[in-house]
Design a binder for this molecule. Structure first.
Ligand SMILES: *Cc1c(COP(=O)(O)O)cnc(C)c1O
Length: 473
């Protein structure tokens, strides 16, 4: 592109990196900014200005005003470079196990243990009783067995890894029988057929999408069958003219033919949610008691712990799984192990677990309680600007999320917010760029805040964000 004289002049007027650095040296804003970050920011800003001049869409004024404007842009660059990419976020969606927002929150007690183990040496792989090398998995195996009734257990990086490792161990090169109604896809590209293929297991689909019978499994069993697999329909349900085979029927069939049965429970809960007036989810203890040989589930869905994948069941199979070299590639680190052990210990007292583990507390929170929080937040927001804000308290539903409890809608009391002169879309994007970001949802013309997933101390964050939205922008 040809450059005319005026552009040439502008380019010559552009200050050098050193000049901007000199200005920065006298500005306390930059005193704690690493020099590399500052230099990178200055270069980027000058580079952008140069391109803008060449593309003819920049007005550069003389002398100091230009310097001042450049410094402001540099400050913006530096602030963005210094901010964390992974940051705390206010979840106002009402989806408790929100996969995009970090799934489960750790309990306070759990974080204390995380700090101790993270900042100190530990017996991660050291058997203190004999003074020799030990196994990291033995740190949680006893408590998992105690809570679930299983003979043996181990933990890997996540449930996808648990399924892969289990299939690879028991079914590589052999047939795995699974119902067509259970070929699940979870967000983030976990699909049973793909994981099966990667494990080397040969998938044998049986039944129809809506109906699978015991005789379908029976007809498919042959000498090359390694496993009968049942997968929990975590994020969908099949309704209407349906039939599925119960775990106990599969266990009986497996026993008859000497074929192990594996269940991928997905969420995996130790708590019977029907006791809290919610829908019945199969518990891990029930699957163990039914006699499944291998059961897998997540650590950070309904269990409310860190990301992890549990494998529990019969010792015979767990011994083989533990020896699989892939275990090393899927192993959990000490921070996960520390938070997992302390989360699991909370389950020894169910009432305590429901109070202390945020996922359980939020899922079981009564609508009366949520309504109180909704009322407080409404009052706080109305103090910000009663004239432009219209807030209705709406009877809407929260969800457990994370591919858990697909049918369950948790009754909630939400704030439906309308701001005079600002669209719901604009509110959504402004709050999303707040520090910390606030994530809500839009329904019809309302910007919706569901207080179920908003922590008490976050109400003030929302109040400040609305203050900013209405009074300072
Ligand atoms: C969520 C889920 C998985 C994957 O678990 P991650 O812990 O996310 O790896 C596998 N199977 C089922 C049925 C699930 O619901």
């Amino acid at each position: 592109m040809a450059i005319d004289n005026q552009q040439k002049e502008l380019l010559q007027k552009l200050p050098g990196v050193d000049h901007i650095l000199e200005l920065a040296a006298t500005d306390s804003f930059f005193s704690d900014v690493p020099r590399t970050v500052l230099i990178r920011s200055v270069r980027s800003v000058l580079e952008e200005l140069r391109s803008a001049i060449i593309e003819n869409d920049h007005k550069l004024s003389d002398g100091d005003p230009a310097d001042t404007a450049i410094m402001e842009t540099v400050k913006g660059f530096v602030s963005r470079a210094m901010a964390f990419n992974l940051k705390r976020t206010v979840n106002a969606t009402g989806i408790v196990v929100h996969t995009n927002l970090g799934r489960s929150l750790l309990a306070e007690e759990v974080v204390q243990n995380l700090i101790t183990i993270g900042t100190r040496y530990s017996n991660l792989e050291f058997d203190l009783a004999v003074g020799k090398r030990g196994s990291r998995y033995s740190n949680v195996e006893d408590i998992i067995c105690e809570l679930t009734g299983a003979e043996a257990a181990m933990v890997v990086n996540n449930n996808a890894g648990a399924v892969l490792l289990s299939l690879e161990t028991v079914a590589r090169g052999r047939k795995v029988i699974v119902s067509r109604g259970e070929l699940v896809e979870i967000g983030g590209s976990f699909r049973i057929p793909d994981v099966m293929a990667k494990s080397g297991g040969i998938m044998c689909e049986i039944g129809a999408t809506n109906r699978t019978h015991l005789r379908d499994y029976e007809n498919a069993v042959d000498d090359s069958t390694a496993l009968l697999l049942k997968v929990h329909k975590s994020n969908y349900s099949i309704v209407g003219f349906t039939a599925e085979v119960l775990l106990q029927e599969l266990v009986a069939l497996g026993a008859e033919h000497n074929i192990p049965v594996m269940e991928d429970l997905g969420s995996g809960t130790f708590i019977d949610f029907s006791k809290y007036g919610l829908i019945k989810e199969p518990t891990v203890q029930e699957s163990v008691a039914t006699g499944a040989d291998i059961i897998t589930f997540s650590g950070d869905k309904l269990l409310g712990g860190p990301q992890a994948g549990f494998i529990v069941g019969k010792k015979e199979y767990l011994d083989r799984i533990k020896k699989n070299p892939i275990t090393r590639a899927l192993r959990i680190d000490k921070l996960t192990l520390a938070s997992l052990e302390s989360t699991l210990r909370l389950y020894r007292d169910e009432e305590k677990a429901v109070r202390a583990i945020p996922t359980l507390r939020m899922i079981t929170e009564s609508v009366e309680n949520i309504a109180k929080r909704a009322g407080s937040l409404k009052k706080m927001l109305e103090k910000v600007d009663r004239s432009r804000l219209k807030i209705d308290l709406l009877d809407l539903s929260s969800r457990a999320g994370g591919g858990s409890l697909p049918l369950l809608e948790l009754p909630s009391k939400c704030l439906g917010i309308i701001v005079d002169g600002i669209s719901a879309n604009t509110i959504e994007s402004k709050l999303r760029s707040n520090s910390p970001p606030i994530i809500g949802r839009i329904e019809e013309d309302y910007y919706i805040i569901d207080p179920r997933t908003v922590q008490d101390e976050e109400l003030a964050i929302i109040e400040n964000a609305f203050d900013h939205l209405l009074n300072k922008s």
